[in-house]
Design a protein around this ligand. Structure first.
Ligand code: GTP
Ligand code: MG
Length: 413
């Protein structure tokens, strides 16, 4: 078949599978079924185990989704080294107890963060039972992945092997080391800036109780103007240099993450974080800014304001929540309030508000129905107080507010 030695492929044409997931027993079962050998995987190990037959090579990986996993980057490098030049298929195995949509989605997004967006073209979600398979079937379309149950995994693997015998997953080893260093640096800085829990003591013995309010969204929607409205409610004497740059422009005005601290506006310190439009074609080194943003933007440690401009709804707006979730690597919707700007254009007309607000209803619904309206041309601090009160009602984060009805004076809140 290969008459000239120099034309020999550098690696045997085995179909290489990276087998991921939380439960070792489930991974062992799946590996054994694929290899048609009940003894291929028997150990309960915290490191990689490789087994193969004539057709398949299966690399059973430790659970690097586990927060307690030591050296996840080392584990990922080891996995890729064992699958070199790249697995043909990634299997994410999910047992019945862990088949909640939220959890599985977070794992897929994590995998995209580690291995790149294109991993989904090579990803199969294997579920332990038909019930989980039915309840998660929509993930197939959402992420464009394959779905199967343990029952038919062996046959499916033969089909996938047949369909894509020569397709390696071209994981970019070239840039990987740089990504690892960047990720590690972000993790270390995050530890420095945000201790693991609000209740844990920071290095200097003080409790870091600072809440991060992070404004996200497309360029020109009013992120910086809204951030300034919030800052000005805390201190109306701030001058231009203390505020964020905000103006009408066809190019992004904010080109990196910027932070301002508010002492204790509502009973606790607040860090207001303004961000650039990460997906804008003119933004240089977007990944660097995303990594910077992730420092302030951690589940449970922040409130995110997804800024949308009333009267402006394009395809980019329709996709913004999902693309931010992919970029930041977690379901930000759980911690997000949609902030609609240009409330002044409505002239207190409720009908107009309903029609202008309709295109956003899908996004608002994905964010648990949470939204708020801002008029950034107004100096009225009530709209900010009402926003803070909503935050407190949703997440109980400002001691100054008790759980009670929202302020009703605010325009259409
Ligand atoms: N009338 C009105 N104008 C607003 C409102 N919010 C923002 N603007 C204007 O919209 C323009 C863009 O606002 P920015 O805050 O700079 O937008 P951005 O989202 O920060 O944009 P980038 O920094 O480019 O990502 C500015 O001219 C603001 O004055 C609002 O509620 N009402
Ligand atoms: Mg801006």
């Amino acid at each position: 078949m290969y008459p000239n030695r120099h034309l020999l492929p550098p690696y045997p044409e085995k179909f290489t599978i990276a087998l991921l997931g939380e439960r070792v027993h489930l991974k062992n079962n799946i590996g054994n079924m694929i290899l048609s050998n009940p003894n291929a995987f028997v150990t309960v190990s915290n490191s990689h185990v490789v087994a193969e037959n004539d057709s398949f090579k299966v690399v059973n990986a430790p659970d690097f989704f586990d927060e307690k996993c030591e050296h996840p980057d080392q584990q990922i490098i080891d996995l890729m080294a064992m699958c070199y030049p790249g697995p043909n298929l990634f299997i994410l195995s999910v047992d019945s107890e862990n088949a909640q949509e939220e959890k599985v989605t977070a794992q897929i997004i994590t995998l995209q963060g580690i291995f790149g967006e294109r991993i989904t073209a090579h990803l199969v979600l294997i579920l332990a039972d038909n019930e989980s398979c039915h309840s998660l079937i929509h993930l197939k379309e959402m992420f464009q992945i394959q779905l199967a149950t343990t029952e038919n995994v062996a046959q499916e693997c033969r089909n996938w092997r047949h369909q894509s015998l020569h397709h390696q997953f071209q994981y970019d080893y070239k840039n990987y080391s740089q990504d690892v260093v960047r990720r590690r640096r972000t993790a270390l800085e995050r530890l420095r800036c945000n201790p693991p829990s609000h209740h844990e003591r920071a290095g200097n013995g003080a409790v870091d109780n600072t809440l991060n309010i992070v404004l996200l969204g497309l360029s020109g929607t009013g992120k910086s103007a809204s951030a300034n409205t919030i800052l000005a409610a805390g201190d109306s004497r701030l001058d231009q240099r203390q505020l964020f740059a905000s103006r009408a422009s066809s190019l992004p005005v904010t080109t990196e993450c910027e932070v301002r601290i508010m002492a204790k506006p509502f009973g606790r310190p607040v860090r207001v974080v303004d961000t650039p439009d990460f997906g804008h074609e003119h933004l240089k080194n977007p990944q660097t800014h995303i990594e910077e943003c992730k420092k302030y933007c951690q589940p449970g440690l922040c409130v995110l304001l997804l800024v949308l401009q009333l009267g402006r709804f394009t395809d980019a707006e329709g996709e913004i929540l999902q693309s931010l979730e992919r970029a930041l690597g977690w379901r930000i919707r759980e911690s997000t309030i949609v902030l609609l700007t240009h409330g002044d254009d409505l002239k207190r007309n409720r009908e107009q508000f309903t029609s202008e607000h309709t295109p956003f209803s899908n996004i608002i619904q994905m964010c648990g129905g949470r939204y708020h309206l801002f008029n950034n041309n107004s100096k009225d601090t009530k709209q900010v107080i009402a926003l803070m009160q909503k935050m407190s009602n949703y997440w109980n984060i400002f001691p100054k507010f008790e759980k009670k009805a929202l302020l009703s004076e605010c325009l259409l809140c």
